[in-house]
Write a protein that binds this ligand. Structure first.
Ligand SMILES: [Zn+2]
Ligand SMILES: [Zn+2]
Length: 223
């Protein structure tokens, strides 16, 4: 089984301080076989990490966490950045690019908006994502991940897991395990999610501080 962290951020997200080179180094050091960089509405950081990776046995997936009117969508294997927008439009763009996607932290609570499961249960099949993020290491209530697992089951979708790491300590705290290629495993609904949270409440609080500091000291963080 291979293990990938399918949700991670770099400093190209307004809420993260992770340096691309550091994320790559830590992901390998923590025993992962691959990582998807999923910055908020941006793929610059992902491209940078992919460029830095010289190891053929380690995969870097160009991803993005796209904001839609229905959920945040984790998209994998992108060629071009997807702009935030209406959920159906984003899904059409994902398909056009031959990418795959997973709904990020559908019931994460703690200040984040939960999705409306009914919307997805009534959705025509062509608009369904490929997976649901059933392990997010940043959830504060255990229930959030089990509700996500229930939804994946009800919709017949694959599971993904990731750290949602915005700080170095978090990288690898969540993972997706599978055999063969990730895309195929996801399309065949044969992925398993897991992990162990690393001080999610602390890290989520710190994220608010980072957003503020980055706004005030923009030039320092852009270096
Ligand atoms: Zn963020
Ligand atoms: Zn995220």
């Amino acid at each position: 089984m291979k293990k990938y962290d399918l949700h991670s951020h770099t400093k190209h997200s307004r809420c993260s301080v992770n340096k691309p080179a550091r994320v790559l180094k830590l992901a390998k050091k923590r025993g992962l076989d691959g990582i998807a960089i999923t910055d908020h509405n941006e793929i610059k950081g992902a491209k940078e990490v992919a460029r830095l990776n010289k190891d053929r046995d380690f995969e870097v997936i160009i991803g993005e966490e796209v904001m839609t009117d229905r959920c945040e969508l984790l998209v994998y294997y992108l060629k071009r950045r997807i702009k935030p927008g209406k959920y159906e439009d984003v899904i059409r763009n994902v398909r056009k690019q031959g990418a795959v996607c997973s709904i990020a932290h559908p019931f994460s609570g703690g200040g984040r908006k939960n999705i409306n499961p009914d919307f997805f249960l009534k959705l025509p099949k062509k608009y369904l994502p490929d997976a649901i993020e059933t392990f997010n290491a940043r959830i504060i209530m255990e229930e959030s991940n089990s509700l996500a697992k229930g939804l994946a089951r009800d919709l017949g979708l694959a599971e993904t897991g990731g750290s949602d790491g915005h700080f170095p300590a978090e990288i690898g705290a969540g993972y997706t395990a599978f055999k063969g290629s990730l895309k195929e495993a996801m399309l065949a609904r044969r992925t398993v999610s897991g992990g162990k949270s690393r001080f999610p409440f602390f890290h989520r609080s710190l994220t608010g501080v980072v957003i503020l500091l980055k706004k005030v000291f923009k030039s320092v963080f852009d270096r």
